[in-house]
Design a protein. Sequence first.
Length: 203
Amino acid sequence: MMLPTHALVGLAIGAPLLWLAPESATAALIGGLCGGIWPDLDLYVGHRRTLHYPTGYSLAAIPAVIVAAVVGSPLAIGLAVAVVAAAAHCRMDRYGGGLELRPWENTSERAVYDHVAGEWRAPKRWVRYDGAPEDVGLSLLVGLPLAAVVPQTFRWLVVVAIIVAIGYGLLRRWLAALAPALAEFVPDPVDEYVPERYRRDDQ
């Protein structure tokens, strides 16, 4: 799924703290946002493998939540929410399409790498690809209620995420056609970081 969806889900994971522990709500929302985004920072360096730990984050979330419940500090709560959001991100990638430039073609069986099992997990394709109408719909489903409850600073982030989600959804297939052409003009110093899937133009 696309990054705006992950970011919004991360914020949604932290949102209950607005009522459960208002003094820690800001830390929880920041943690949720960072945790939702964090795994995708590997986009150009072993995407869905380098920073994606579907089993690892899930296991780490258990002690993190326990510590947060016992300690109750904003830092502990923020870190716990971040780990839970990162785990949710990796799980959501499993529910999406494969790791390929045009996931709607269903040619890749790599959704996310499981370091514990030592293998790639296959995509379930419940959301066909990042930017699919159902992906945009999920962003709206999560984002619109969030915009109504989060503080003003985070409300702007939610609105921007929704706008980006809609824009990306509208342009997704066009961007897939454009990527191989743009890859030809990447400067040599960064050329090695361009994923191979962006270089192929099978259309």
